[in-house]
Design a protein. Structure first.
Length: 757
């Protein structure tokens, strides 16, 4: 915070306060409750010391929408029944650019800032204190708030390439960001499945590239398609209108123009910029396609011309150039690419990608801008002035910050809002993963691995909404709300994972606002959520149930029957010591308040036993940890959310301790394949046994072709062997071979329940 506080209009006092009293999100840095009330009524006026203030008019609209009061804006302050918006002298800065102070007194409300964006954030805070109801007068508790964000980049992303969203919804999306003091909108405009931005020099980009002749239906693994022509694009006038709209709300739009990969829509329009010459069709299938831009001079001329028009449209400091998931299949056999590698004295195709990115960066820098790209731009050497958006975990961001490059953290583990947010079996189809509100709230954008000096390079964080499975504005709203509220408090810098319950109480109070504004949002926190823990008795597992509404209202059955208000009342985790089906629902005054949940448990000698892993699963797919493999739950193959462990490029190597020597007849393992998501069956699975946990004997194995034949439900028979320790090794495919989705990248290995009989 600024140290120059002597000129301030009121005293800053930092105290703790009851989050139940004031449902402010993000929580302010400093707040003091005071005695008395300000009475807001139809005679209240808005004072602004700046002529034609957008903020004053914005506040007038907000108050009218929420309360019905149509307040006048005046240029003379009387400090009586007034909301006063005041900017300090432009020549003297007393607060940081995004800081504000809100002081509610009995006769006047002051919102004070150095910059208009600070006033705007103060207005957002005030709007959260106003009810969404019409009344003759409204009482506002007197208080003092001094506030500013911790992070400079507080972002949300929207993919409009896979599914196109109309201009009106993009504006609404920007309004949602503004409500929670987010300041960056990352707009994903091009990909294999559609080119969404008009480029006047290349009209075929939208005449051809904005339309595809069908889309996938259901999940990628279903491999089903329709034949409906689908698409749309934003004209340059649309772009200008949206950019101006966002700018008024102090939101910077970062456009993303993908290169060198995710380029098929562009290549369908202009195949001469490919390695093969085409022809190409705009992508109908999700995932990563092999055809990419060819790094020849004509291609760079094309891309520079495209970027020149983009840069004119978007005043942002950064231009996002993608740089991710770019297969090298075409480059390896392309004469132009191999000549470029030789002429530029490059080692391989990875260095060719680095050359590509650095050449584009020089051009963007020549226009007074900087590039930002996904963390793959680290491969082969990072462009000198580039910023990195770290999505494959936080490792890329850590590496970039240590090299003194600016970083935006956006790991899939916490910031991918195309993942499931509630029980996957009850949710609409999503990409995969399991990212609850609580998990988002637990995120810390600044990794502990960084020193204080290195941490300065963390600009902030953003959440990404990829839309392969999100077709409508209503579905998009469902996926971002309420998770965006958790992220807003994280990037504002006032989140505290240890006080998630306090945040949740504040968040729930915003649901009434969503209802009245017609915003579609997930109510998954009101569902019964489940968690499997080791059993306290050491036999089996404990099945924990809870609800944000009232966990004591949960009733359940253990025989698979439908629960009612007379069923067993839940108090403590249910001990699972055999195969059975648990059904539960929430009841209040004998009325069912939630949908019933159902969980089937399978029993084997391994359920609940101690299990250790040599390699840890990737943070995106590690919700239950090692226990996931012996919790008695077999994961849903079409919704690989929380019930699967995912290993990127690593093997499964698990040892189960049965507690005592037992006779083993067979071992079962569930494995998954979804090639479009780069998930492949293992090369082989091997079972080894031991009496002492030291010396293991191999007793069964199966190879990849046999695994495919049984569709991933693998049974390895053991000839009546006795052992206490069972080791299961599933060997990761490794690097994905050419011609397959994700070629050249590490394969994912997804595994679930290990059964021992």
């Amino acid at each position: 915070m600024s140290k120059k506080l002597t000129f301030l209009l009121f005293l800053i006092v930092s105290v703790s306060f009851s989050q139940n009293q004031l449902p402010l999100i993000p929580q302010p840095q400093s707040l003091k409750l005071e005695s008395g009330n300000f009475i807001l009524n139809e005679k209240t006026v808005i004072y602004s010391n700046r002529k034609d203030s957008f903020e004053a008019n914005y506040l007038k609209v907000v108050i009218k929408q929420q309360t019905g009061f149509d307040l006048k804006i005046v240029s003379n302050s009387k400090e009586s029944n007034e909301i006063s918006l005041q900017l300090f002298d432009d020549q003297k800065q007393f607060l940081a650019d995004e800081a504000y102070q809100l002081n509610i007194k009995k006769n006047v409300i002051f919102i004070v800032a150095d910059k208009n964006k600070g006033l705007f954030y103060g207005i957002q805070t005030l709007s959260q204190l106003l009810p969404l109801e019409k009344s003759s007068e409204i009482k506002l508790t007197c208080l003092t708030i001094t506030d500013e964000p911790k992070y400079a980049w507080r972002g949300m992303h929207l993919d409009c390439a896979r599914h196109f969203f109309p201009k009106e919804f993009v504006k609404k999306y920007i309004d949602y960001l503004a409500m929670y003091k987010m300041n960056t909108f990352h707009w994903h405009l091009t990909d294999d499945q559609g080119w969404r931005i008009e480029i006047k020099k290349y009209p075929k980009l939208t005449e051809v590239g904005a339309w595809r002749n069908g889309s996938m239906i259901g999940h990628y693994s279903d491999q089903k398609f329709d034949d409906k022509r689908y698409g749309g694009f934003y004209t340059q006038d649309d772009i200008k209108e949206i950019v101006a709209y966002a700018n008024q709300r102090h939101i910077t739009i970062i456009p993303e123009i993908e290169m060198p990969g995710h380029a098929v829509a562009a290549l369908a329009s202009y195949p001469e910029f490919s390695c093969t010459g085409g022809p190409f069709e705009v992508g109908k299938i999700w995932g990563v396609l092999d055809d990419v831009f060819c790094p020849k001079d004509e291609t760079f001329t094309f891309l520079e011309n495209v970027l020149s028009e983009v840069i004119v449209l978007f005043p942002s400091n950064y231009i996002h150039i993608g740089g991710d998931e770019s297969p090298k299949v075409r480059w390896k056999v392309c004469p132009n690419c191999q000549k470029r590698i030789k002429d530029e004295n490059l080692k391989d195709e990875h260095e060719l990608q680095s050359y590509f990115i650095q050449r584009i960066e020089k051009f963007v820098n020549s226009k007074g801008r900087k590039i930002i790209g996904w963390d793959e731009i680290l491969e082969g050497g990072l462009a000198p002035n580039a910023a990195v958006m770290s999505w494959r975990g936080t490792e890329g961001g850590i590496a970039a910050a240590k090299q003194k490059h600016f970083v935006v953290m956006s790991p899939g583990s916490h910031c991918y809002f195309d993942h499931y947010q509630g029980e996957p079996k009850n949710e609409p189809i999503a990409f995969g993963g399991y990212t609850t509100v609580e998990k988002v709230y637990s995120f810390n954008p600044t990794p502990k691995e960084l020193s204080a000096d290195e941490a300065k390079y963390i600009l902030g964080a953003q959440a990404n909404l990829w839309t392969e499975y999100i077709e409508t504005p209503s579905h998009a709203e469902y996926m971002i709300f309420p998770r965006m509220l958790a992220l807003s408090e994280v990037v504002w810098g006032t989140s505290n994972p240890e006080k998630f319950a306090d945040f949740q109480n504040r968040m729930i109070q915003h649901f009434d606002v969503f209802d009245k504004k017609g915003i579609n949002y997930s109510k998954s926190i009101f569902e019964i959520t489940t968690k499997v823990n080791p059993s306290t008795s050491g036999n089996g597992v404990g099945f924990e149930l809870k609800s944000a509404n009232n966990s004591n209202g949960i009733r359940y059955t253990t025989d698979g029957s439908t629960p009612n208000s007379s069923s067993i009342q839940y108090f403590n985790p249910i001990e699972i010591t055999k195969g059975q089906t648990i059904k539960a629902a929430l009841f209040e005054n004998e009325k069912q308040k939630s949908a019933a949940i159902e969980q089937r448990f399978y029993w084997s000698k391994a359920v609940g036993k101690k299990i250790t892993l040599v390699n840890q699963p990737h943070e995106n797919y590690s919700i239950g940890g090692a226990l996931t493999l012996v919790d008695g739950i077999i994961g849903n193959r079409s919704k690989f959310g929380r019930d699967w462990l995912g290993f990127s490029g690593k093997d499964l190597n698990a040892v189960i301790d049965l507690g005592e020597a037992q006779t083993i007849y067979k071992v079962k393992l569930c494995v998954l394949e979804s090639q479009g998501s780069w998930i492949y069956f293992p090369k082989k699975i091997e079972v080894l046994i031991s009496y002492d946990g030291q010396d293991f004997e191999s007793v069964a194995q199966i190879n990849s072709s046999e695994i495919k034949d049984v569709k991933g439900e693998v049974v390895l028979k053991v000839k009546s062997k006795k052992a206490q320790f069972i080791k299961v090794i599933a060997t990761n495919l490794g690097k994905i071979s050419d011609g397959n989705p994700g070629a050249g990248s590490d394969a994912w290995l997804f595994v679930d329940e290990i059964g021992v009989e």
